[in-house]
Design a protein around this ligand. Structure first.
Ligand SMILES: NC(=O)c1ccc[n+]([C@@H]2O[C@H](COP(=O)([O-])OP(=O)(O)OC[C@H]3O[C@@H](n4cnc5c(N)ncnc54)[C@H](OP(=O)(O)O)[C@@H]3O)[C@@H](O)[C@H]2O)c1
Length: 313
């Protein structure tokens, strides 16, 4: 898996497809897609242009994800086929279960919106989803399968019951949200951590902004290291990520940004002291809290994340 990918979810504010062509020309080979981002057709057109320009399919790493409303029997496979058709590809390098719940929400809703059919994690149901993921491997439609937004208790059950183990887990990871226990757990189990919102998602939708949220790229430690290296603080977040051993998938449609990101990651390095300083600024500040997926009145978003080590029902 290429060590840095380009996110394609534009936080409701941007269209990412136009960036795919430019980023591929700049050297990106890894693109993080999902059916729910609503732009796989446009991204597919961009990928066609990239390949028509001479890049082989084997040089690219394309990830997609099944959305929460397609967890039923047969639907995971149908969703993957749809993503393949939209992306105009014969196979995906990685296909992920986007969230471990079948709970969904409309586009652009606020944090108070709830799915009336929402329910907690049910392992038997998740395994029905996973069996379809395994079938996709058998069908040759995907090269690897993985998870996203999982917790240690949920992954423990999956690793116990899976015939084909997850190759990767996509999870929120940035200097103010380092998830050290989950990070260590996935590494120890041979699962690649893919870090989303690696810059702290400064342009995320309003529904995902809370008054207590902290801002990674304004942290004095990050700013000071950035000044020393002559780069934007965002780039420090990405250098930290790749050196720590996760695969960041920053979003950007601005050529100056995505070019700077790749150049720095390829040519610059943080010192051990700088890595240690960043390890010390974790704020446990989850940005993508997932309120809209809660299933009971009176719950808090922490219930989605099994913070006490047990799956919340
Ligand atoms: N699996 C999941 O559930 C999940 C959840 C969330 C996200 N994701 C994936 O992760 C990707 C990235 O996450 P994200 O968009 O939330 O957050 P992010 O990558 O942390 O932040 C993106 C923003 O950072 C700024 N930026 C990027 N590169 C920069 C640079 N070199 N210099 C300065 N600023 C820079 C841009 O802000 P400005 O636009 O303000 O300049 C950009 O919009 C998404 O696109 C999606 O593919 C997955």
């Amino acid at each position: 898996m290429p060590a840095v990918g380009l996110g394609t979810f534009g936080s409701d504010n941007y269209s990412a497809a136009q960036a795919v062509r430019g980023a591929a020309a700049a050297g990106y080979r890894h693109f993080d897609c999902a059916s729910v981002y609503g732009n796989e057709k446009e991204v597919g057109d961009a990928l066609q242009d990239v390949m028509a320009g001479g890049m082989g399919r084997g040089e690219l790493w394309i990830t997609s994800k099944v959305w929460n409303d397609r967890h039923g029997d047969g639907e995971v496979i149908a969703s993957c086929r749809q993503s393949l058709a939209d992306l105009r590809l014969e196979y995906l390098d990685l296909f992920l279960v986007h969230w471990p719940f079948p709970n969904s929400h409309g586009k652009g809703v606020d944090a108070h919106s709830r799915d009336p059919h929402a329910r907690p994690y049910v392992h038997d149901e998740y395994m029905r989803v996973w069996r379809q993921m395994e079938q996709l491997m058998d069908l040759g439609l995907v090269r690897h399968i993985g998870t996203s937004n999982m917790t240690i208790p949920k992954l423990t059950l999956l690793l116990r019951d899976a015939k084909i183990k997850p190759a990767a887990n996509e999870m929120e990871l940035h200097p103010h949200f380092q998830q050290p226990e989950l990070f260590t757990f996935v590494k120890e189990n041979g699962v690649v951590p893919i870090g989303y919102s690696p810059i702290g998602s400064p342009s995320r939708p309003e529904r995902d902004k809370m008054p207590d949220d902290t801002v990674d790229i304004e942290d004095p430690v990050i700013v000071e290291i950035a000044q020393r290296h002559g780069v934007h603080p965002a780039v420090v977040c990405l250098l930290w990520a790749t050196q720590r051993g996760q695969v960041p998938i920053p979003f950007s449609v601005k050529p100056s940004q995505y070019v700077a990101t790749l150049q720095s990651v390829a040519s610059d390095a943080l010192t051990d002291e700088e890595m240690a300083a960043i390890a010390g600024i974790d704020q446990n500040n989850r940005l993508i809290k997932g309120h809209v997926f809660l299933w009971r009145d009176g719950q808090t978003w922490e219930d989605l994340w099994d913070v006490n080590g047990e799956i919340v029902q």
